[in-house]
Design a protein around this ligand. Structure first.
Ligand SMILES: Nc1nc2c(c(=O)[nH]1)N[C@H]1C(S)=C(S)[C@@H](COP(=O)(O)O)O[C@H]1N2
Ligand SMILES: [Mo]
Length: 224
């Protein structure tokens, strides 16, 4: 059986994300689930994947800058722009038609709990390739429905083969996690996990600072 590469991710997509750390680890034996946890699964969400127990893809609280966004999928299009040969606007349905990639990501919280989520989406590289990045592009800026922005080096996105997810634990990404799309910024802290993404902009400004980075958050956001 092909060994699943479990990547670390910090972005506390839910539950005190910023207080959590993670490291690579094999799936663990499913353990006993408490009743409250059981109740947090949404209908049809899968609870186990190749022996690893999955945790609910919803959290108890939200700290986003303007609260949970309800992005109308009608008329929605994801734009890929900036330093590209040809600006692209792609509909939600067309993104779902692209090759799907799954990644199992375990968050390890310093407080002793783990959250394992199975993400499904498309390679960010595949989206960028639709527009064809110019050679001068070295930075990818994500812009979101609530005005939030964050960025990462293009090389980081390519090296980690990062995905833009539209599904978590087998169900459509809930609004709390960023419907229609979240950046699964594995190995990076929570503020790199842009939710409710509307634009992917290619730039040559490698000192660009997003919303929290502007307040002094480290622009690398690496998990220690
Ligand atoms: N669009 C958007 N994406 C966002 C944010 C936000 O405010 N708006 N907050 C970021 C931060 S700081 C974190 S820690 C993660 C998880 O946010 P949560 O702790 O509110 O669940 O989402 C990230 N993505
Ligand atoms: Mo955060």
């Amino acid at each position: 059986m092909k060994r699943i590469r479990i990547t670390a991710a910090a972005a506390a997509v839910f539950l005190l994300l910023s207080a959590c750390t993670n490291k690579s680890q094999e799936p663990q034996e499913p353990d006993v689930m408490s009743k409250p946890t059981e109740e947090r699964y949404i209908a049809n969400e899968i609870k186990e994947y190749k022996g690893a127990r999955l945790d609910p893809a919803i959290g108890p609280r939200d700290n986003s800058i303007k609260g949970i966004q309800k992005v109308p999928v009608e008329g929605y299009s994801l734009k890929i722009k900036g330093l590209v040969n040809q600006e692209v606007a792609i509909s939600y349905d067309d993104v779902l038609e692209m090759e799907a990639i799954e990644k199992l990501i375990i968050l390890h919280c310093v407080e002793g709990w783990n959250a394992t989520v199975l993400w499904k989406g498309v390679r960010i590289k595949s989206l960028i390739d639709l527009a064809i990045a110019k050679n001068s592009a070295n930075t990818v800026i994500f812009r979101c429905y609530d005005g939030y922005t964050t960025s990462m080096p293009l090389s980081t996105i390519l090296e980690r083969d990062m995905i833009l997810a539209y599904s978590s634990n087998g169900v459509e990404l809930p609004p709390s996690l960023g419907f229609p799309f979240i950046v699964v910024a594995e190995d990076k802290l929570g503020y790199k996990w842009a939710r409710w993404v509307t634009e992917i902009e290619l730039s040559d400004n490698n000192t660009y600072k997003g919303y929290w980075e502007n307040y002094g958050y480290d622009n690398n956001a690496d998990i220690k």
